[in-house]
Ligand binder design. Structure first.
Ligand SMILES: [Zn+2]
Length: 506
């Protein structure tokens, strides 16, 4: 059983931001979930190093292109390492093997007569690195995505991939494979994009304008359009066209933001069809983050959330938790450092960390550094144990991107129930009398064992903290495939050192 998860490769003309952190954290959560289920995983993330904007960004900083790309590649990699992204492959499109394979793909499509050379006169947006139709522009004649960047008039000869011959076939594929694009809102959006005849896709840029890219194998005066080159990473990462890539490719799922649905939903499938290759299994699309109050994040407003700042202030799991808990696949969600801090204090801190700390410290102090062995269970014990199994069982099943927030909600709901159980059973009263001492032992055991189950589930989401908690509980190693199971905590077993898992932050 294999699963290959990809994030987009990020354009390095700017520093990594919350959007990059988000997609990569979600990919990491899906990876950990599937590993827990016993799958063999491949997760790729990385950087797109070609194109005009990178070339110009290097020039702006007065750096050589190589120095610039090394610096940015390292910067992205560092951020992903700090976010705890367990990627198996970090993509750099400047890698020779990647470039050779891209050229090979182009040549094979060219040989089939599907790439034509022609002159193009019209508008070009440097921000998108794309030619624009008049209908793509605003009333003022600007790119809607780059209103401050004037579109340019171009008159250029370029190479174009014929798209229209594959439009019906792609629509048929979408109809035959309802899971190909999720969630449904974006499947419908993609169908809309394919409702009208498709124009040919320009896949080259003349070297007079852009030099940073993959040379066209059939015309050295041109480099490959940055999207064509970038999309191919999904295959070159698994060593396409060499043998052995097929098993991974058959299980490939692309995670993407809604802004890049067109390249992934239209260009990429048609490139693959033109090259005679199968399509990826799935496109999982997510929406974006906006500031508190639904205000777009911008430097001038000062509401930009910097992932590194959040990690330094609150720890990596505060950020991972917030993203997982509050993301929505089909609508934008709000984020701010205040919102993350609130969620960290009230959910991770008060509901989960605090209960662990109280129960474990009590146990350690009252039962000689150990977890007590339980006696007979009461109806209340049985009820809370059942709730914990129910709330965490979905983490033992395959999780789709859009399911993540509901899984987190279940965990918070059961954490509330566990807190109520602990308060109602009041072990601090039970310990006072010899005749209720055994009952106290049972309550503490049940609480700690339930926390162990929750923490095992949370290793998929906030691995650093969850693993720390499991060490405090001296929990046995997690079995694969994982299912929530009770009574794995050893009665009379030693507890580890108890620390505060989520120290309160003002
Ligand atoms: Zn644009």
């Amino acid at each position: 059983m294999k699963s290959y998860i990809t994030t987009p490769i990020y354009y390095v003309n700017g520093s990594p931001h919350i959007g990059h952190a988000f997609t990569s954290v979600m990919a990491d959560i899906l990876k950990r979930n599937r590993e827990a289920l016993g799958y063999e995983l491949m997760l790729s993330t990385g950087v797109d190093e070609h194109g005009q904007k990178n070339q110009e960004a290097a020039a702006d900083l007065d750096m050589s292109v190589e120095e610039f790309l090394d610096m940015r590649g390292k910067e992205f990699r560092d951020v992903f390492d700090r976010l705890g992204i367990a990627y198996d492959y970090f993509v750099r499109t400047s890698r020779e093997g990647h470039k050779t394979a891209v050229a090979g793909m182009e040549q094979s499509i060219f040989d089939k007569g599907l790439i034509v050379k022609k002159q193009y006169t019209g508008t070009y947006c440097k921000g998108c690195e794309e030619f624009k139709k008049e209908s793509d522009l605003t009333e003022e004649g600007q790119c809607p995505l780059h209103p401050t960047m004037k579109v340019e008039q171009t008159d250029e000869t370029n190479y174009f991939l014929k798209m229209e011959p594959y439009r019906e076939k792609l629509l048929q594929h979408i109809a035959d494979n309802p899971d190909f694009v999720q969630p449904e809102a974006f499947r419908n959006e993609l169908k809309q994009m394919l409702a009208e005849p498709l124009e040919d896709l320009c896949i080259s840029r003349p070297k007079t304008r852009v030099t940073l890219g993959v040379d066209l194998p059939f015309d050295p005066e041109f480099v490959t359009y940055v999207w064509f080159d970038a999309l191919a990473n999904y295959l070159t990462n698994i060593d396409w066209p060499q043998e052995g890539y097929e098993a991974w490719w058959a299980e490939c799922e692309h995670l993407i933001g809604k802004d890049i649905l067109k390249p992934h939903g239209v260009y990429w499938p048609i490139m693959l069809m033109a090259a005679g290759l199968p399509l990826p299994k799935k496109l999982s699309v997510h929406s974006h983050w906006v500031g508190a109050g639904g205000v777009k994040m911008s430097k001038s407003i000062g509401n930009v959330v910097d992932p590194i700042e959040v990690i330094e202030k609150l720890g990596v799991d505060a950020l991972r938790w917030y993203l997982a808990r509050n993301m929505r696949a089909d609508s934008d969600s709000q984020i701010s450092v205040d919102l993350i801090t609130q969620s960290y204090n009230s959910e991770l801190g008060n509901k989960i960390g605090n209960l662990l700390s109280r129960a474990a410290k009590f146990s350690k102090a009252r039962f000689d550094g150990t977890v007590p062995a339980p006696g007979a269970l009461s109806a209340e014990d049985e009820a809370i144990r059942k709730s914990v199994l129910e709330a965490t069982s979905a983490m033992g099943d395959w999780i789709n991107l859009a399911d993540i927030p509901a899984r987190m909600q279940s965990i918070i709901t059961v954490a509330d129930e566990m807190n109520n159980y602990f308060a109602e059973q009041a072990p601090w009263d039970l310990i006072k009398n010899e005749e209720t001492r055994e009952r106290c032992e049972t309550v503490i055991y049940v609480t700690l064992d339930c926390l162990r189950v929750v923490m095992e589930a949370l290793t998929q989401v906030i691995p650093t903290s969850a693993e720390k908690a499991l060490r405090m509980l001296n929990a046995p190693e997690i079995a694969r495939p994982w299912r929530p199971e009770l009574d794995k905590l050893q009665g009379n077993g030693e507890l580890g050192e108890i620390e505060t898992l989520f120290p309160r932050v003002q």
